[in-house]
Write a protein of this length. Structure first.
Length: 98
């Protein structure tokens, strides 16, 4: 037997993905410190916006007694969360592409 420790399934999967990317010509370049800081800032900003939406939603939800109004409120809340999440992901992708 060899002296090398056994690899976890995650390590094996990552090796296969790296090999596949290399075969397809996909380049992997590490993020710069500035990119890491910008991504962290974007995540923190959108995390705060999502928390703000949650608080607003919960406070409005407590005041609603009509089921139709509650359903509309939930749809608006889900739509706004999806919008913010999509916006955050797009911003992070732009930062990674720099």
């Amino acid at each position: 037997m060899t002296d090398k420790p056994l690899k976890s399934s995650l390590e094996l999967a990552m090796e296969r993905l790296k090999k596949k990317d290399a075969e397809e010509g996909v380049e992997s370049k590490p993020l710069t410190e500035a990119q890491k800081a910008d991504i962290a800032e974007a995540r923190n900003f959108y995390e705060a916006k999502l928390a703000e939406q949650e608080v607003l939603y919960q406070s409005q939800r407590r005041a609603v007694t009509d089921l139709a109004v509650l359903e509309a409120l939930e749809q608006d809340y889900r739509r706004e969360r999806e919008h913010l999440t999509t916006e955050r992901d797009a911003k992070i992708a732009r930062i990674r592409g720099k």
